[in-house]
Design a protein around this ligand. Structure first.
Ligand SMILES: O=C(O)C(=O)C[C@]1(C(=O)O)C=C[C@@H](O)C=C1
Length: 362
């Protein structure tokens, strides 16, 4: 009879190999989790599981083991899925993102929409602080509003994108519903002063006009709500999101006061490095053309020549050079595409200033 010790010795040798292979498999599975997270794919793929079980059963020489091997793979892939979910959750938890404003601001709402509610959000006072804060090792990304569908570009953010060597790595659009809010018991007739971001005043100009209200521009809609809540003054109101009213214990006196019901703000996500991925389909650049006949025309023509769809153009003045401009262009494309490279090379070589701002998902 074979010695039990000897058999166990053989099992130990096999197990060591299994552990090595198990570890190797789980490391690959972790890569699959990363890919699935980026593409927004579900962890479970029943078709792949079925195919994998069938294929591996075919490798079996001892067919008596079929149900055992089947069970083994079902359990193995359950563990694989558990591990993938853990990796995805860990990646979300680890993300620290900075935004301008305070709890309840639209930027924070955009941040949670983009990164998920497990992300840790850090508020800062000014737009520029978001850029500065990204120098900290523990902050990975920043979220900033870049344009509104009713009032246009947020110029300060455009200017800051040139000043700092950071990249646009994503963008997201949020529907903005502004509300007039005040402390409990206050009525519309009591309100004399309204605090909010100047952009919000513009977006609610129809509602605000002819009411004799004093409008005081503040850093941010949510900071305005915070102030009104602190002052406990019935004559003061703020304009901001429903969330800002909730977190500051304010009552909404009038909801949806924006001029246009389809009021959207587009936010950009900025990061420290250029992030490339095969799902990225939008590119942002900024350049300034020499002040001579046809220079801008030629630069823009290169997009048509390369069959690239321009989606946005903004201009900002070059301070110190009257009537010279920086042109910000967003166009569809992926940085690895030959036509994109050709267009970018042309603009770079024919501009007095050029900066690549990022390649991200539209
Ligand atoms: O291939 C995949 O899509 C995986 O996620 C890997 C794996 C596996 O462990 O083999 C895990 C979960 C899926 O349901 C299918 C297969």
């Amino acid at each position: 009879m074979t010695d039990l010790k000897e058999l166990r010795g053989k099992i130990d040798d096999i197990d060591r190999k299994i552990v090595e292979l198990f570890q190797e498999r789980m490391e690959i599975v972790s890569g699959v989790a990363k890919y699935k997270k980026e593409k927004g794919l579900p962890v479970l793929n029943s078709i792949r599981e079925g195919e994998l079980i069938e294929k591996n059963i075919n490798y079996l020489k001892n067919k008596e083991l079929t149900p055992y091997l089947k069970e083994f793979y079902i359990k193995l892939m359950d563990l694989s899925k558990d591990y993938q979910r853990l990796q995805i959750d860990k990646a979300k938890e680890g993300i620290n993102v900075c935004f301008q404003g305070t709890t309840g601001s639209y930027s924070q709402e955009a941040l949670f929409e983009y990164f998920g509610s497990d992300a840790t959000s850090y508020p800062v006072k000014e737009f520029e602080d978001v850029f500065k804060k990204l120098k900290d090792d523990n902050i990975s990304y920043g979220v900033l509003p870049i344009e509104n569908s009713s009032t246009g570009a947020i110029n300060e953010v455009y200017d800051l994108l040139r000043k700092y060597g950071l990249y646009i790595v994503g963008n997201m659009t949020l529907k903005i519903n502004h509300n007039l809010m005040a402390i409990e018991g206050a009525k519309l007739e009591d309100i004399k002063t309204v605090y909010s971001h100047p952009q919000a005043f513009k977006q609610c100009s129809e509602f605000l006009k002819d009411k004799g209200l004093e409008l005081i521009g503040y850093h941010n809609t949510a900071v305005s709500a915070e102030l009104v809540s602190e002052k406990k003054d019935k004559t003061m109101a703020a304009i901001g999101s429903k969330k800002a009213a909730e977190v500051n214990n304010l009552k909404i006196i009038k909801n949806n006061i924006n001029n246009d019901d389809s009021n959207y703000t587009r936010f950009i996500i900025i990061g420290k490095t250029l992030e490339t991925s095969d799902i990225n389909d939008a590119i942002s650049i900024v350049f300034s053309s020499p002040n001579k006949v046809g220079a801008l025309y030629d630069s823009l023509g290169i997009f048509k020549k390369n069959n690239l769809n321009m989606i946005r153009i903004e201009s900002r003045p070059v301070v110190g050079k009257p009537w010279e401009y920086f042109f910000y262009i967003d166009f569809e494309g992926d940085i690895n595409n030959e036509h994109v490279k050709e267009a970018i090379d042309y603009i770079q070589n024919n501009s007095s200033y050029f900066k690549f701002l990022g390649n991200y998902k539209k």
